[in-house]
Design a protein around this ligand. Structure first.
Ligand code: ATP
Ligand code: MG
Length: 262
């Protein structure tokens, strides 16, 4: 594939992280919510961002997708400084922030909802393939293609809103509390889809209350507490969840903790 395969040649440098935060700070008016957040998401990696309520997770992911600009520090996307880049430009570069809740048109059918989005993005010709891809990712939507979106269950509506963004095959998908309010079976289905998307090459940044669920996919964990990173490391190296991850989420400092602000 590359010159690195020449015998004796040094190994190629690792690719830059797909996304990197360096000493990121954020404020809402006079209220400071982030104090120097640093972590990186590897190309094709899966990072779980955990932490108690109000610790700053949503603020971080809004910064990652350009919905909020930091008041200090830097945001790098594939090595390029995108700190002041707006959300629609980051979206064009391949960053997708999964919409919270159920952003669907209630009085249109499942298929009409999808076609409406896909025609705008891919034109009339491309929309058929996108539709098929959506039904592949979420077979349940295929079964219910003629049903009005407003009559779908909450979980199915969440799938529909996800399908509308996922078919663009983002380089980085950001999800914030994706499983909130969903039944366990639907959560499993949604996570199976995330796994499929990841195996096709998309990096993931997952904010999730269901820590165990997030850790089934995540190779890297970042725990936040009060606007700072309190623990960061490879999932495989952090041991059992109750050893370091849960204590860090409960605000206990752990020996050997890595990460900015630790
Ligand atoms: N628009 C806003 N104006 C003022 N303060 C805000 C605003 N949004 C968030 N905050 C504050 O910033 C802090 C971090 O909030 P954030 O929503 O990022 O936390 P979180 O970790 O996502 O919490 P949760 O787990 O409850 O979703 C909180 O103290 C919150 O009250
Ligand atoms: Mg939040």
């Amino acid at each position: 594939m590359s010159v690195s395969n020449v015998p004796g040649a040094p190994p190629p440098p690792p690719p830059p992280p797909i996304l990197e935060l360096r000493d990121v700070e954020a404020s809402y008016g006079p209220f400071r919510s982030l104090f120097g957040i640093s972590f990186a998401i590897a190309e094709r990696g899966v990072t779980a961002l955990l932490g108690s309520n109000g610790s700053g997770k949503t603020t971080v992911v809004r910064i990652c997708s350009g919905l909020l600009h930091p008041t200090g520090g830097q945001l790098l996307y594939q090595g390029e400084d995108v700190t002041q880049r707006r959300a629609f430009r980051l979206a064009r570069m391949g960053v997708v922030h999964a919409p919270e809740g159920r952003s669907v048109f209630a009085t249109l059918t499942v298929e009409e909802n999808l076609v409406l989005t896909f025609r705008q993005v891919f034109g009339r010709r491309g929309s058929r393939a996108a539709l098929e891809k959506s039904y592949e990712l979420f077979p349940r939507l295929g079964e219910r293609r003629r049903q009005l979106a407003g009559t779908l269950s909450g979980g199915e509506q969440r799938m529909l809103s996800l399908a509308r963004v996922l078919v663009r095959a983002p380089d980085l998908l950001i999800t914030d509390e994706l499983s909130l309010g969903l039944a366990p079976l639907i959560i499993d289905e949604v996570y199976a889809t995330l796994a499929t998307i990841h195996s096709a090459g998309t990096a993931l940044l997952i904010v999730e209350q269901h820590v165990h669920q997030a850790l089934t996919l995540a190779d890297h964990v970042v725990v936040m507490g009060k606007g700072r990173v309190s623990l960061s490391g490879l999932t495989a190296e952090l041991g059992d969840i109750s050893e370091r991850i849960l204590p860090a989420m409960q605000g206990e400092t752990t020996a050997g903790t890595r990460g900015a602000g630790a």
